[in-house]
Design a protein around this ligand. Structure first.
Ligand code: FMN
Length: 368
């Protein structure tokens, strides 16, 4: 596959994202790569992996746990709650900045998507409703258990953990954090009118369902400054066996509540034609990043059109960046793109991680 962004391309124009200037509007979407050490320290190859992709306008890191209990959806995912983890993130920040890039760390709690055999803890969620899924544990594929409903005190504690992890990210030299409230993980579970059946201040009305995500955004913005905070949402996305009958009301109230904070950006995973996206587009006046979740190749022509017409401020691209460290260069020159190798998405080691060739490497004569 190949596509050329012509001279004057909207996606190639710089954009201010909170406190940093992104050199273009093609951002790297968050991608879990399951290569972290068992204690949640990012892999020793992670700095190289991210620095290779520094020509993205903004790199958004793989999802990163705010505490040990926040983990457990996949093996070998990183965290940002120990000094050792923070040191590794500092090396990544330094490598990316050294290569001219900008980077936010995506922070998550996986909620009911955790399996106790991965996390070592019982899984939790808004209500005792299990995701009807199996996950890969160290002892094979297992169904996800019914989660325990969090207490209000635990919710307050988790908000504090997001805040502390965000502080660590900034202390590590990162440009900011993205709050992961998408794809069926804990904060998204609270937004849902199906998975969240609570009767307290965090469930029931759309306003109540939006409360947890809003409080996380507010706490993190108070800690590190709103210009360093992004938020990812995916209304109607059924990842993680997520169901939402009403895909609009809780999001409208969430965006209404956080509008005056002026966070760095809102990141929406959606089809651009979806009613929920139209509602968000009408409401959100700040920087809007779109990621289109397609089974097939990214439609760069569509993204360029959306950016040209001002429907989106920037596009986040996942698998194409995974397989093409020099994606922006390739799109600028119309070069053929490397195909992503699905078999190594979550496999340990350097293969399919730091060895996707750049155009320059492909042009070099191979040594005998
Ligand atoms: C290997 C892989 C890992 C992913 N990990 C994350 C993640 O950590 N956080 C997240 O919000 N989305 C994650 N996603 C979703 C992507 O950010 C993105 O929404 C999806 O790949 C669709 O975009 P694309 O067509 O540009 O790849 C992941 C997707 C893939 C393929």
């Amino acid at each position: 596959m190949a596509f050329t962004l012509g001279a004057g391309s909207a996606l190639l124009k710089p954009i201010q994202v909170g406190g940093v200037t992104a050199e273009n509007r093609i951002f790297m979407a968050p991608l879990t790569r399951s290569r972290a050490d068992a204690d949640g320290t990012p892999s020793s190859l992670a700095a190289q992996y991210y620095a290779q992709r520094a020509e993205a306008g903004l790199i958004i890191s793989e999802a990163t746990a705010v505490c040990e209990q926040a983990n457990g959806a996949y093996l070998n995912t990183p965290g940002l709650y120990t000094d050792r983890q923070q040191e590794a993130w500092a090396e990544i920040a330094s490598a990316v900045h050294g290569a001219g890039g900008k980077m936010f760390v995506q922070l998550w709690h996986v909620g009911r998507m955790a399996h106790p055999e991965i996390s070592g803890f019982e899984n939790v969620g808004p209500s005792p409703i299990a995701a009807d899924l199996v996950t890969h544990t160290p002892s094979g594929k297992k169904p996800l258990p019914v989660p325990r409903a969090l207490t209000a005190a635990e919710i307050a504690e988790i908000i504090g953990l997001f805040r502390a992890a965000a502080r660590r990210a900034v202390d590590a030299g990162m440009d900011g954090v993205e709050i992961h409230s998408a794809n069926g993980y804990l904060l998204h579970e609270f937004l849902s009118d199906v998975v969240n059946q609570r009767t307290d201040a965090y469930g029931g009305s759309p306003q109540n369902r939006a409360r947890f995500t809003a409080e996380v955004v507010e706490a993190v913005a108070a800690e590190i400054g709103p210009e360093r905070v992004g938020l990812r949402i995916s209304p109607g996305n059924n990842a993680g066996d997520m169901t939402e009958v009403d895909q609009i009301s809780a999001y409208e109230l969430l965006l209404c509540r956080i509008a005056s904070l002026n966070i760095a950006y809102l990141h929406v995973v959606s089809e651009p034609s979806a009613p929920a996206f139209a509602a968000i587009r009408t409401q959100w006046e700040g920087t809007l990043v779109l990621n289109t979740p397609r089974a097939v190749d990214t439609d760069f022509a569509e993204l360029e059109n959306l950016a040209t017409w001002g429907v989106i401020s920037a596009a986040a691209v996942g698998r194409a960046f995974l397989a093409n460290p020099d994606l922006v260069q390739r799109l600028t020159s119309g070069a053929e793109l490397n195909e992503p190798d699905v078999a190594t998405f979550y496999a340990p080691g350097p293969a399919g991680y730091i060895d996707y060739p750049t155009l320059d490497e492909l042009a070099e004569p191979q040594s005998a």
